[in-house]
Design a protein around this ligand. Structure first.
Ligand SMILES: Nc1ncnc2c1ncn2[C@@H]1O[C@H](COP(=O)(O)OP(=O)(O)OP(=O)(O)O)[C@@H](O)[C@H]1O
Ligand SMILES: [Mg+2]
Length: 336
């Protein structure tokens, strides 16, 4: 059985995560190629060590780049540093206003503070960039190739971190507003207030999207090995703590026919044990097996080969059917 439900019209954000090196980028890219058959798709890499360019054998980088050879598919590699610099550039006035009215920092100190790297800002900025892409509504599907688990979980938790920051800033603003109203009788909302309100709206929307299993899905990728199994367990339970229910997972690098090779037989035997454990641990999840290929997965032909394992022929058919009905676009009014 292959991955299911991803072609459904509401499904917007599809994230692939897991331990380092298990095949997240390859499987996310292969899934994006298949989805692009019926829907305009953007594949986004949030891993600071981007490898989409290597996987597609095409130069990608920041900005939206159409993938040559695949209609309807574009890709982007998020630079958190670039996104942060852009955020500061766009909102410098409001941020300085915020510091000026809510802290005792002078302008020089506030400017200095804006230049510093804030812990956790990378994930917040990656997350904000994804939100901005989704809000632009330019694509129907957003496939995210996540960095290894720890980074992915920090990204998922970034709405909560950002929310705490907004609450603290709003509390300081409230004191300022109280003083202004007290002395001048009225208070006129300014740019800093609007920035906080808009950030709050963004946080609410993405939080709702993450928790709405009809519109977003997190697909863990694992390999049949003990360390990967252990990390998948931690990932699935941490996601559940965030209100994200995992419905299906990919078991990558599964050894199939091994012939007479003693080494391969031994490896396959070892894998069998771990696959059984995965089956027992997640009886209710849809588990998709991808074979260990003799070659690396790089370039369109190899990725298309993987996509044939990711989706069953019936699911592929459904995607084609959807394509012929593509005049019916998903409802963009819902926003993120
Ligand atoms: N099923 C497979 N068969 C053979 N090689 C594979 C398979 N899946 C992935 N690979 C290879 O394994 C390597 C790692 O794959 P990939 O980059 O997709 O992993 P990743 O989880 O994204 O890694 P990272 O954590 O470094 O981002 C690549 O060289 C890729 O070509
Ligand atoms: Mg990767």
């Amino acid at each position: 059985m292959g991955l299911t439900g991803l072609h459904s019209r509401n499904m917007t954000l599809i994230m692939f995560g897991g331990k380092g090196g298990v095949g997240k980028t390859c499987n996310a890219s292969a899934a994006a190629i298949a989805l692009a058959k019926s829907c305009t798709t953007l594949i986004i890499s949030t891993d600071p060590a981007h490898s989409l360019s290597d996987c597609f054998q095409q130069q990608i980088g920041t900005g939206v780049h159409p993938i040559s050879g695949v209609d309807n598919l574009s890709a982007t590699e998020i630079s958190a540093e670039h996104a942060y610099a852009e955020f500061i550039r766009m909102h410098k006035k409001e941020l300085l206003e915020l510091f000026d009215t809510s802290t005792s920092l002078d302008e020089e100190d506030a400017e200095l503070l804006l230049k510093l790297t804030i812990p956790g800002i990378d994930e917040i900025m990656s997350f904000k960039t994804i939100v901005d892409f989704i809000e632009s509504g330019s694509f129907e599907k957003y496939v995210v190739d996540m960095a290894p688990s720890g980074h992915a979980l920090r990204l998922i938790s970034s709405p909560a971190v950002l929310d705490q920051w907004i609450k603290a800033a709003a509390r300081m603003r409230w004191k300022y507003r109280y003083m202004v109203t007290r002395f001048s009788g009225t208070y006129q909302q300014d740019g800093a207030d609007y920035l906080l309100v808009n950030l709050k709206k963004t946080v609410k929307k993405i939080d709702k999207l993450f928790r709405d299993y009809t519109r977003s899905e997190f697909i863990p990728v694992c390999i049949p090995e003990a360390m990967s199994n252990a990390e998948t367990g931690r990932l699935v339970s941490s996601l559940s703590d965030f209100g994200i229910t995992v419905k299906q997972l990919i078991i990558n690098n599964v050894m199939e026919s091994v012939g007479d090779c003693i080494f391969c037989k031994e490896r396959k035997k070892g894998q069998k044990k771990h696959i059984e454990r995965i089956e027992e641990t997640y009886p209710n999840l849809n588990k998709v097996r991808i074979p260990l290929f003799a070659h690396e997965i790089s370039g369109l032909d190899r990725l298309i080969e993987v996509s044939r394992y990711l989706f069953s022929p019936e699911e592929m058919d459904k995607m084609q059917i959807f394509q012929s009905e593509s005049s019916e676009k998903p409802n963009k009014d819902e926003g993120v």
